[in-house]
Design a protein around this ligand. Sequence first.
Ligand SMILES: *Cc1c(COP(=O)(O)O)cnc(C)c1O
Length: 351
Amino acid sequence: MEKFNLKSLVRPSIATLKPYSSARDEFEDASGSENIMVFIDANENPYDNGLNRYPDPQQRKLKELLAKQKALGTQQILLGNGSDEVLDLLIRAFCEPKRDSVITLPPTYGMYDVLANINDIQNKEVLLSREFKPNVDAILDAVEAHTKIIFLCSPNNPTGNSFPEESIFKLLENFNGLVVIDEAYIDFSEQQSWIRNLDDFPNLVITQTFSKAYGLASIRLGICYASAEIIKILNKIKPPYNVNGLTQEAAIKRLGKKEKVRKEIKKIIKNRGKLVNALQKISFIRHIYPTDANFILVKVDNAGERYNQLLRKGIVTRNRSTQPLCDNTLRLTVGAASENDHLIKTLKAMQ
Ligand SMILES: *Cc1c(COP(=O)(O)O)cnc(C)c1O
Protein backbone atom coordinates (compact mmCIF):
# COMPACT_ATOMS: atom_id res chain seq x y z
CA MET A 1 0.00 0.00 0.00
CA GLU A 2 1.40 3.36 -1.01
CA LYS A 3 1.59 6.15 1.53
CA PHE A 4 -1.25 8.68 1.73
CA ASN A 5 -0.33 11.64 -0.42
CA LEU A 6 -2.63 14.63 -0.20
CA LYS A 7 -0.90 16.47 -3.05
CA SER A 8 -1.71 13.70 -5.49
CA LEU A 9 -5.29 13.52 -4.28
CA VAL A 10 -6.35 17.13 -4.82
CA ARG A 11 -7.55 18.22 -8.28
CA PRO A 12 -4.65 19.80 -10.18
CA SER A 13 -6.70 22.92 -10.96
CA ILE A 14 -7.44 23.38 -7.25
CA ALA A 15 -3.82 22.78 -6.25
CA THR A 16 -2.72 25.69 -8.45
CA LEU A 17 -5.76 27.88 -7.81
CA LYS A 18 -5.20 31.36 -6.49
CA PRO A 19 -8.23 31.89 -4.24
CA TYR A 20 -10.37 35.01 -4.21
CA SER A 21 -9.19 37.26 -1.46
CA SER A 22 -12.02 39.19 0.13
CA ALA A 23 -11.59 42.66 1.58
CA ARG A 24 -12.01 41.29 5.11
CA ASP A 25 -9.50 38.50 4.49
CA GLU A 26 -6.82 41.03 3.78
CA PHE A 27 -7.24 43.49 6.58
CA GLU A 28 -5.05 43.02 9.62
CA ASP A 29 -6.74 43.99 12.82
CA ALA A 30 -5.14 47.23 13.97
CA SER A 31 -7.77 48.05 16.55
CA GLY A 32 -5.19 47.42 19.26
CA SER A 33 -3.20 50.34 17.97
CA GLU A 34 -4.13 53.94 18.63
CA ASN A 35 -5.77 54.27 15.24
CA ILE A 36 -9.45 54.88 14.75
CA MET A 37 -10.59 52.12 12.39
CA VAL A 38 -12.32 53.28 9.23
CA PHE A 39 -13.68 50.55 6.99
CA ILE A 40 -13.89 51.80 3.45
CA ASP A 41 -12.61 48.61 1.84
CA ALA A 42 -15.77 46.64 1.08
CA ASN A 43 -18.30 49.13 -0.33
CA GLU A 44 -20.69 48.57 2.55
CA ASN A 45 -23.37 50.98 3.70
CA PRO A 46 -21.71 52.77 6.65
CA TYR A 47 -24.88 53.28 8.72
CA ASP A 48 -24.96 50.74 11.52
CA ASN A 49 -28.01 48.50 11.79
CA GLY A 50 -26.19 45.50 13.21
CA LEU A 51 -25.97 43.79 9.83
CA ASN A 52 -24.43 46.35 7.48
CA ARG A 53 -20.92 44.86 7.59
CA TYR A 54 -19.74 41.67 5.89
CA PRO A 55 -19.34 38.77 8.33
CA ASP A 56 -15.97 37.32 9.34
CA PRO A 57 -15.07 35.05 6.38
CA GLN A 58 -13.08 32.78 8.70
CA GLN A 59 -15.66 32.73 11.52
CA ARG A 60 -12.82 33.05 14.04
CA LYS A 61 -14.87 33.49 17.21
CA LEU A 62 -17.13 30.54 16.43
CA LYS A 63 -14.20 28.33 15.45
CA GLU A 64 -12.33 29.19 18.64
CA LEU A 65 -15.31 28.04 20.71
CA LEU A 66 -15.66 24.81 18.71
CA ALA A 67 -11.90 24.18 18.82
CA LYS A 68 -11.92 24.52 22.58
CA GLN A 69 -14.88 22.16 23.01
CA LYS A 70 -13.38 19.55 20.69
CA ALA A 71 -9.74 19.99 21.81
CA LEU A 72 -8.57 20.80 18.29
CA GLY A 73 -6.81 23.66 16.54
CA THR A 74 -8.94 26.23 14.71
CA GLN A 75 -6.99 25.33 11.54
CA GLN A 76 -8.60 21.88 11.70
CA ILE A 77 -12.11 23.30 11.27
CA LEU A 78 -14.05 24.45 8.22
CA LEU A 79 -17.61 25.74 8.46
CA GLY A 80 -20.19 25.69 5.70
CA ASN A 81 -23.77 26.48 4.78
CA GLY A 82 -25.00 23.17 6.23
CA SER A 83 -23.06 19.89 5.96
CA ASP A 84 -24.42 19.78 2.45
CA GLU A 85 -22.07 22.59 1.43
CA VAL A 86 -19.18 20.96 3.29
CA LEU A 87 -19.76 17.66 1.46
CA ASP A 88 -19.98 19.49 -1.86
CA LEU A 89 -16.70 21.32 -1.17
CA LEU A 90 -15.00 17.99 -0.44
CA ILE A 91 -16.14 16.53 -3.75
CA ARG A 92 -15.21 19.65 -5.70
CA ALA A 93 -11.75 19.92 -4.15
CA PHE A 94 -10.75 16.32 -4.72
CA CYS A 95 -12.82 14.80 -7.53
CA GLU A 96 -12.16 15.59 -11.19
CA PRO A 97 -15.45 15.54 -13.16
CA LYS A 98 -15.84 12.64 -15.60
CA ARG A 99 -12.71 10.96 -14.25
CA ASP A 100 -12.82 10.37 -10.50
CA SER A 101 -15.17 8.29 -8.39
CA VAL A 102 -16.48 8.12 -4.84
CA ILE A 103 -17.86 5.15 -2.92
CA THR A 104 -21.09 5.27 -0.93
CA LEU A 105 -22.88 2.56 1.05
CA PRO A 106 -26.65 2.45 0.41
CA PRO A 107 -29.04 2.54 2.09
CA THR A 108 -27.68 5.88 3.24
CA TYR A 109 -28.06 9.66 3.13
CA GLY A 110 -29.23 10.69 -0.35
CA MET A 111 -27.09 13.82 -0.68
CA TYR A 112 -23.82 11.97 -1.38
CA ASP A 113 -25.25 10.55 -4.60
CA VAL A 114 -26.89 13.85 -5.61
CA LEU A 115 -23.66 15.79 -5.03
CA ALA A 116 -21.65 13.21 -6.98
CA ASN A 117 -24.13 13.50 -9.86
CA ILE A 118 -24.11 17.31 -9.82
CA ASN A 119 -20.33 17.23 -10.07
CA ASP A 120 -20.31 14.50 -12.73
CA ILE A 121 -18.45 12.10 -10.45
CA GLN A 122 -19.10 8.38 -10.61
CA ASN A 123 -20.70 7.05 -7.44
CA LYS A 124 -19.74 3.41 -6.88
CA GLU A 125 -22.37 1.97 -4.58
CA VAL A 126 -21.46 -0.93 -2.30
CA LEU A 127 -24.54 -2.08 -0.40
CA LEU A 128 -24.48 -2.49 3.35
CA SER A 129 -25.00 -6.02 4.67
CA ARG A 130 -28.43 -7.18 5.83
CA GLU A 131 -27.49 -5.95 9.31
CA PHE A 132 -26.65 -2.59 7.71
CA LYS A 133 -22.91 -3.00 8.28
CA PRO A 134 -20.20 -1.99 5.78
CA ASN A 135 -18.89 -4.85 3.60
CA VAL A 136 -15.28 -3.82 4.08
CA ASP A 137 -13.76 -6.30 1.64
CA ALA A 138 -16.28 -5.42 -1.08
CA ILE A 139 -15.61 -1.71 -0.50
CA LEU A 140 -11.84 -2.16 -0.82
CA ASP A 141 -12.44 -4.30 -3.94
CA ALA A 142 -14.46 -1.46 -5.47
CA VAL A 143 -11.60 1.02 -5.00
CA GLU A 144 -9.85 1.91 -8.25
CA ALA A 145 -7.01 4.26 -9.16
CA HIS A 146 -9.34 7.27 -9.41
CA THR A 147 -11.43 6.64 -6.29
CA LYS A 148 -10.97 9.71 -4.13
CA ILE A 149 -13.51 9.53 -1.30
CA ILE A 150 -15.40 6.89 0.70
CA PHE A 151 -18.47 8.35 2.42
CA LEU A 152 -19.45 6.63 5.68
CA CYS A 153 -22.49 7.77 7.62
CA SER A 154 -22.32 6.69 11.26
CA PRO A 155 -24.85 6.61 12.83
CA ASN A 156 -26.33 5.92 9.42
CA ASN A 157 -29.37 7.65 7.98
CA PRO A 158 -31.97 6.07 7.43
CA THR A 159 -31.02 2.85 9.25
CA GLY A 160 -30.02 4.45 12.58
CA ASN A 161 -27.13 2.12 13.46
CA SER A 162 -23.48 3.01 14.00
CA PHE A 163 -20.82 1.19 12.01
CA PRO A 164 -18.40 -1.13 13.85
CA GLU A 165 -15.18 0.65 14.82
CA GLU A 166 -12.98 -2.10 13.41
CA SER A 167 -14.60 -1.71 9.96
CA ILE A 168 -13.87 2.00 9.94
CA PHE A 169 -10.29 1.43 11.15
CA LYS A 170 -9.74 -1.07 8.34
CA LEU A 171 -10.97 1.39 5.71
CA LEU A 172 -8.82 4.20 7.14
CA GLU A 173 -5.78 1.95 7.10
CA ASN A 174 -6.29 0.43 3.66
CA PHE A 175 -7.69 3.25 1.52
CA ASN A 176 -5.37 5.94 0.24
CA GLY A 177 -8.08 8.50 -0.46
CA LEU A 178 -10.26 10.39 2.01
CA VAL A 179 -12.55 8.57 4.42
CA VAL A 180 -15.36 10.99 5.24
CA ILE A 181 -17.39 10.06 8.32
CA ASP A 182 -20.70 11.91 8.47
CA GLU A 183 -21.49 12.25 12.17
CA ALA A 184 -24.73 14.22 11.86
CA TYR A 185 -26.26 12.03 14.60
CA ILE A 186 -23.22 11.36 16.79
CA ASP A 187 -24.62 13.25 19.80
CA PHE A 188 -27.48 10.75 20.10
CA SER A 189 -25.07 7.81 20.10
CA GLU A 190 -23.06 6.17 22.85
CA GLN A 191 -20.14 5.87 20.46
CA GLN A 192 -17.44 8.49 20.62
CA SER A 193 -16.74 10.83 17.75
CA TRP A 194 -13.89 9.91 15.39
CA ILE A 195 -12.46 13.38 16.06
CA ARG A 196 -10.16 11.74 18.63
CA ASN A 197 -8.45 9.82 15.80
CA LEU A 198 -7.66 12.80 13.59
CA ASP A 199 -3.99 12.87 14.57
CA ASP A 200 -3.56 9.19 13.65
CA PHE A 201 -5.11 9.28 10.18
CA PRO A 202 -4.19 11.99 7.67
CA ASN A 203 -7.02 10.74 5.39
CA LEU A 204 -9.76 11.09 8.01
CA VAL A 205 -12.44 13.76 7.55
CA ILE A 206 -15.39 14.18 9.91
CA THR A 207 -18.54 16.19 9.26
CA GLN A 208 -21.03 17.30 11.87
CA THR A 209 -23.94 19.70 11.85
CA PHE A 210 -25.94 22.15 13.95
CA SER A 211 -29.14 20.84 12.32
CA LYS A 212 -29.96 17.89 14.56
CA ALA A 213 -28.83 17.64 18.21
CA TYR A 214 -27.98 21.35 18.39
CA GLY A 215 -31.48 22.28 17.32
CA LEU A 216 -30.52 24.88 14.71
CA ALA A 217 -31.54 23.38 11.35
CA SER A 218 -32.74 26.77 10.22
CA ILE A 219 -29.40 28.58 10.46
CA ARG A 220 -27.69 26.16 8.03
CA LEU A 221 -24.36 25.43 9.68
CA GLY A 222 -22.22 22.39 8.93
CA ILE A 223 -18.77 21.57 10.28
CA CYS A 224 -15.81 19.76 8.80
CA TYR A 225 -12.99 18.49 11.03
CA ALA A 226 -9.79 17.29 9.34
CA SER A 227 -6.05 17.88 9.17
CA ALA A 228 -4.92 21.50 8.78
CA GLU A 229 -3.66 20.56 5.30
CA ILE A 230 -7.06 19.31 4.13
CA ILE A 231 -8.85 22.31 5.68
CA LYS A 232 -6.46 24.64 3.88
CA ILE A 233 -7.46 23.16 0.52
CA LEU A 234 -11.18 23.46 1.30
CA ASN A 235 -10.67 27.05 2.42
CA LYS A 236 -9.28 27.88 -1.01
CA ILE A 237 -12.53 27.00 -2.74
CA LYS A 238 -15.21 27.98 -0.25
CA PRO A 239 -17.27 31.06 -1.12
CA PRO A 240 -15.74 33.94 0.89
CA TYR A 241 -18.80 34.69 3.03
CA ASN A 242 -20.46 31.27 3.05
CA VAL A 243 -21.51 31.47 6.72
CA ASN A 244 -23.58 34.58 7.31
CA GLY A 245 -23.37 36.82 10.36
CA LEU A 246 -26.75 35.85 11.86
CA THR A 247 -25.75 32.20 11.66
CA GLN A 248 -22.40 32.81 13.35
CA GLU A 249 -24.12 34.74 16.13
CA ALA A 250 -26.80 32.11 16.71
CA ALA A 251 -24.25 29.28 16.78
CA ILE A 252 -22.02 31.14 19.27
CA LYS A 253 -25.03 31.72 21.50
CA ARG A 254 -26.05 28.08 21.34
CA LEU A 255 -22.54 26.83 22.11
CA GLY A 256 -22.75 28.90 25.28
CA LYS A 257 -25.77 26.88 26.38
CA LYS A 258 -24.06 23.53 26.64
CA GLU A 259 -26.15 22.31 29.53
CA LYS A 260 -29.44 23.12 27.80
CA VAL A 261 -28.38 21.26 24.65
CA ARG A 262 -27.18 18.31 26.73
CA LYS A 263 -30.54 18.13 28.52
CA GLU A 264 -32.49 18.21 25.25
CA ILE A 265 -30.38 15.40 23.83
CA LYS A 266 -30.90 13.36 26.99
CA LYS A 267 -34.66 13.90 26.75
CA ILE A 268 -34.71 12.84 23.10
CA ILE A 269 -32.77 9.66 23.92
CA LYS A 270 -35.13 8.86 26.78
CA ASN A 271 -38.19 9.48 24.60
CA ARG A 272 -36.63 7.34 21.87
CA GLY A 273 -36.56 4.37 24.29
CA LYS A 274 -40.18 4.96 25.29
CA LEU A 275 -41.23 5.24 21.67
CA VAL A 276 -39.46 1.97 20.75
CA ASN A 277 -41.31 0.20 23.57
CA ALA A 278 -44.66 1.57 22.44
CA LEU A 279 -44.00 0.72 18.79
CA GLN A 280 -43.37 -2.91 19.76
CA LYS A 281 -47.05 -3.22 20.62
CA ILE A 282 -48.30 -2.12 17.19
CA SER A 283 -49.36 -5.26 15.31
CA PHE A 284 -48.51 -4.09 11.77
CA ILE A 285 -44.97 -3.05 12.72
CA ARG A 286 -42.92 -6.07 11.73
CA HIS A 287 -39.50 -4.91 12.82
CA ILE A 288 -37.92 -2.04 14.72
CA TYR A 289 -34.30 -1.49 13.77
CA PRO A 290 -31.82 -0.65 16.54
CA THR A 291 -31.00 3.06 16.53
CA ASP A 292 -28.23 5.35 17.75
CA ALA A 293 -29.90 8.40 16.23
CA ASN A 294 -32.95 10.63 16.88
CA PHE A 295 -35.10 8.56 14.54
CA ILE A 296 -36.36 5.01 14.30
CA LEU A 297 -36.62 2.91 11.15
CA VAL A 298 -39.53 0.49 11.25
CA LYS A 299 -40.66 -2.19 8.84
CA VAL A 300 -44.42 -2.32 8.38
CA ASP A 301 -46.88 -4.49 6.46
CA ASN A 302 -47.40 -1.93 3.67
CA ALA A 303 -45.37 1.26 3.89
CA GLY A 304 -47.16 3.15 1.11
CA GLU A 305 -50.55 2.54 2.66
CA ARG A 306 -49.44 3.27 6.23
CA TYR A 307 -47.67 6.42 5.09
CA ASN A 308 -50.85 7.74 3.47
CA GLN A 309 -53.00 6.74 6.42
CA LEU A 310 -50.72 8.67 8.77
CA LEU A 311 -50.61 11.63 6.42
CA ARG A 312 -54.40 11.83 6.38
CA LYS A 313 -54.21 12.06 10.19
CA GLY A 314 -51.72 14.93 9.86
CA ILE A 315 -48.60 12.91 10.72
CA VAL A 316 -45.74 13.25 8.24
CA THR A 317 -43.23 10.40 8.20
CA ARG A 318 -40.52 9.47 5.74
CA ASN A 319 -41.17 6.46 3.51
CA ARG A 320 -37.76 4.89 2.85
CA SER A 321 -39.05 1.92 0.86
CA THR A 322 -37.33 2.91 -2.38
CA GLN A 323 -33.92 2.45 -0.70
CA PRO A 324 -32.22 -0.92 -1.11
CA LEU A 325 -32.74 -3.32 1.85
CA CYS A 326 -35.51 -1.01 3.10
CA ASP A 327 -38.69 -2.53 1.63
CA ASN A 328 -41.77 -1.33 3.48
CA THR A 329 -39.92 0.89 5.91
CA LEU A 330 -40.88 4.21 7.44
CA ARG A 331 -38.47 6.51 9.25
CA LEU A 332 -39.91 8.20 12.30
CA THR A 333 -38.18 11.15 13.97
CA VAL A 334 -38.38 11.15 17.76
CA GLY A 335 -40.55 14.15 18.56
CA ALA A 336 -41.55 15.87 21.78
CA ALA A 337 -43.32 13.61 24.31
CA SER A 338 -46.77 14.87 23.29
CA GLU A 339 -46.01 14.28 19.60
CA ASN A 340 -44.82 10.74 20.29
CA ASP A 341 -47.98 10.05 22.32
CA HIS A 342 -50.09 11.35 19.46
CA LEU A 343 -48.21 9.10 17.01
CA ILE A 344 -48.74 6.02 19.17
CA LYS A 345 -52.43 6.78 19.70
CA THR A 346 -52.87 7.19 15.95
CA LEU A 347 -50.96 3.97 15.16
CA LYS A 348 -53.07 2.05 17.69
CA ALA A 349 -56.23 3.26 16.02
CA MET A 350 -54.90 2.06 12.65
CA GLN A 351 -54.59 -1.59 13.78
C1 LIG B 1 -29.56 15.73 8.43
C2 LIG B 1 -28.27 15.22 7.93
C3 LIG B 1 -27.22 16.07 7.67
C4 LIG B 1 -27.37 17.54 7.94
O1 LIG B 1 -27.25 18.29 6.83
P1 LIG B 1 -27.22 19.88 7.00
O2 LIG B 1 -26.96 20.34 5.61
O3 LIG B 1 -26.08 20.19 7.95
O4 LIG B 1 -28.53 20.29 7.56
C5 LIG B 1 -26.02 15.57 7.25
N1 LIG B 1 -25.86 14.24 7.08
C6 LIG B 1 -26.84 13.38 7.33
C7 LIG B 1 -26.61 11.94 7.18
C8 LIG B 1 -28.08 13.84 7.75
O5 LIG B 1 -29.07 12.97 7.97
